[in-house]
Design a binder for this molecule. Sequence first.
Ligand code: FRU
Length: 544
Amino acid sequence: MLGTLVVALSIALVSYGQSSTDDEPIPGDYSGALRPQIHYSPPVGFMNDPNGMFLDADGTYHLYYQYNPTEIVAGNQHWGHATSQDLYHWTNQKIAIAPSGAEGEGIFSGSAVIDVNNTSGFFPNQTDGVVAIYTLNTNTAQTQDIAYSVDGGYTFTKYENNPVIDVNSTQFRDPKVLWYSAEDGTGWWSMVVAHAQDFVLTFYTSPNLREWTFASNFSHVGLLGLQWECPNLVTMPVEGTDETMYLLFLSINPGAPLGGSISQYYPGYFNGTHFTPVDGVTRLSDFAKDNYAGQFFYGIPEDQPAVSIAWASNWQYTEAVPTGAEGWRSSMSLPRLNTLKNVTRVGWDLVSKPYDLSPLFDGEPLAQNENLGNGQVVVDYSNVTSGAVYFQANLTGIPTDGSSTGTLNFTFYSSVSGENITGGFFLDGDTPFWIDRGSIRGFDNFWFTDKFLTNNLLLGGTGNWSLEAVVDRTLLEVFLADGERSGTVSFFPEERLDGLVVGTNGLNEGIEVSLVVRGLESAWADEEVGGGNGTVLGNVTTSA
Ligand code: FRU
């Protein structure tokens, strides 16, 4: 098996070597046992942060990402590129931005905007010009640079007067730019960028994306960890109102409480120059260990949920995970819909739910139960060839006076090896929801800790609780309480998982549990050439 994979990898790398002009997408084999089938992963090589995500006027989502196309560890950073209409079926595009080749140079993380009004002057005859704003990393500095695209984001030209911001630092990176509309009808570009080791986010303003003026600093709020990276700033709707609010998002690595990489966020107010958080609370966006450097798509209307994608890994072990034997490393998280909600006792909370999964639904549900009561459902999904499964359990009628009891548990397992990943929820007050990946045996690493938990407040709540879960060969994502909490967990089994048990036990009388389990179709299978040998070529026609 390993021999075949190594051969496949060398073929992929050789064929990349042949297209040395970077004029074609890199082919990839998406058939490997560890390859997620509904999540984005790169054709070959190493991927980390999502970058520059935007939705264009034709309804195409553009995802760029930190990419080393020639090795399965970080280094030699490029911006890889993929496009999608539904955020699940991706078309690999050719590399969007490449380093010059100078020793130590990398195109680091950043963002992209559509310069509809040609404020930059790069786009005299069009309204769909794209400007990418990224960090140029060299052996001696990190500067903020820009590149522009006149073909809708497929090819970029680096600005001749780069850098646009240089503060003589080696720890200054990951610019996020958005358009700020002031109340008097004027507007300007705002940037937030991290001084990683000072725990400072700096805001700049610009009329044209080329000249930037210092506006304010935001520092030492919430968790510090050891470095602040990948800030994002976005508006999103407030649930139950027609208001919107700003969310400042920030990633920490290293230094997460569970080790390595994690992200925190601050709901708050932004006036185009200064950000003010609603309070001093530290809020983490994920309760497990594999959700980092999340970004929000530029170009989503403000009154609609913000759409995000994160990197589903952790710097502590990402360069060691066994997908390297298949020639690639790292996946993105599911695309998520995000709103803000004022939750009882907790206060402002980032709500994240899976983006519409229905384009992947594979026929009728594998199981459906209107009221499970205290019972159990066992689903053999060995005939779901993608290995990707979704389930949703909704609990209603939960006592909110503190008397609720019982548990809801799930186990995804391999009928061959007995490996399993489990999770569950205790309803008796303040005990947690937990996930355990410790019985999966394909990866052993000191930092690859196996148990995660989050607390839920049922007391004084609505009497409802829900769990949505997606499993996809090597990823599990859960969304609790209508998206009030989420957890992203990578795992690497020796044998593919092919069964699911969902069970309840000891629930108070009157609690009703509805359950639906669905198989999901592979988003990559349709793109494979030659009848399922796994090779995906990407967009070879447009870029030829
Ligand atoms: C975060 C990060 C960014 C940097 C990029 C380099 O994962 O360290 O700060 O721009 O990765 O690939």
